[in-house]
Design a protein around this ligand. Structure first.
Ligand SMILES: [Zn+2]
Ligand SMILES: [Zn+2]
Ligand SMILES: [Zn+2]
Length: 332
């Protein structure tokens, strides 16, 4: 054939036995692409015009080839779309065989597909098999769903149910805006905004939810706390109603605003309203602690408003106003 003026060049895969004549050995993957590239060098050598195709043109050509091949081979008995119809809305491109759609592929096909999540628009590649047969979905949505499931409370465990007082003051969640007292657990480490529900306060402040719900913290409105602190006074060096005024402490029946407060934790100059029980007639009345202490020190006694029974202060002369003065942090 060489005699008739034809030139032979072999384009061959690596590792084949030597043959006479000119041959080009292709190393690595031997596909249509590499074969065409070798042909190009030979054509150009012989003065033939060669048009290099763009990626898109190659895709169109290969797409046509693959489609023709698929149509020849026929549709699979069950296609990936038959198995998972929702994938139609997430299919972007077949990276392995351009132009071949899911209707031509079996659910177990290993073609790499570019997908776009219908929910979050995240794009990723995975095989047809991964999605149609194994049922894997969008990773981004999966992570989000798992996090949401972890933080969603079971019935009876929501903040609204376990801490209705805190839920009442909830304004919004800053770290997870869609969260509400019904969708959060009391222990959720979210930063939230609260509005104080105390009459006349309405102060708005921000803190992490556990600061309000953890039993060892249980913080509330900082403005009200400061107001209360100044009202309560501080029990200094153990000097309390109990230690300094045992006679009054015997009539002490609790603070109306702070039911947990006991006489040994109440400063004698506290402005907290307290209940008092007359030891003589059993009459109950309310008065700030510091008013009773003041009367006790000044008038050498403080009386039951009902029966007039008087608690005598035998030390008042010696102490002067000392009992009141010493007990006290200055209150405002
Ligand atoms: Zn997604
Ligand atoms: Zn407040
Ligand atoms: Zn009385």
């Amino acid at each position: 054939m060489a005699d008739s003026g034809l030139t032979f060049v072999r384009v061959r895969e690596e590792g084949l036995p030597q043959v006479p004549g000119r041959s080009i050995t292709v190393t690595g993957r031997f596909g249509a692409r590499t074969w065409a590239q070798q042909m190009a060098t030979i054509f150009i050598e012989h003065g033939v015009t060669w048009n290099e195709l763009t990626e898109e043109q190659v895709a169109v050509v290969l797409g046509a080839v693959h489609r023709t091949w698929s149509e020849r081979a026929g549709r699979p008995e069950e296609s990936a779309l038959d198995r998972a119809p929702r994938l139609a809305g997430e299919f972007l491109a077949n990276r392995t065989r351009h132009g071949v759609g899911l209707e031509w592929l079996s659910p177990g096909a290993e073609d790499m597909i570019l997908w776009r999540c219908a929910t979050c628009s995240h794009e990723w590649t995975a095989t047809v098999n991964d999605r149609a047969a194994s049922g894997y979905g969008c990773n981004t949505c999966g992570t989000r769903r798992a996090a949401k499931k972890r933080s969603t409370p079971k019935p009876g465990e929501s903040l609204a149910e376990t801490h209705p007082d805190v839920a009442d003051e909830f304004v919004r969640c800053l770290t997870r805006p869609e969260a509400t007292p019904r969708t959060m657990r009391a222990g959720a480490n979210e930063r939230c905004e609260f509005r104080c529900s105390a009459p006349g306060c309405g102060h708005v402040w921000r803190t992490h939810l556990p600061n309000r719900t953890r039993p060892d913290i249980r913080s509330g409105c900082p403005i009200c706390a400061r107001r209360r602190e100044s009202k309560v006074g501080r029990v200094r060096q153990g000097r309390s109603l109990q230690s300094d005024y045992p006679a009054l402490a015997a009539e002490f029946g609790g603070c109306t605003e702070e039911p947990d407060r006991t006489a040994d934790r109440l400063a004698p100059n506290s402005a907290l309203t307290c209940r008092w029980h007359c030891g003589e007639c059993g009459h109950t009345w309310t008065s700030p602690a510091r008013m009773r202490v003041k009367n006790y020190n000044r008038s050498h006694g403080t009386a039951c408003p009902d029966c007039g029974h008087r608690l005598r202060n035998s030390n008042s002369k010696r102490q002067g106003t000392g009992g009141y003065g010493q007990g006290g942090a200055g209150t405002g």
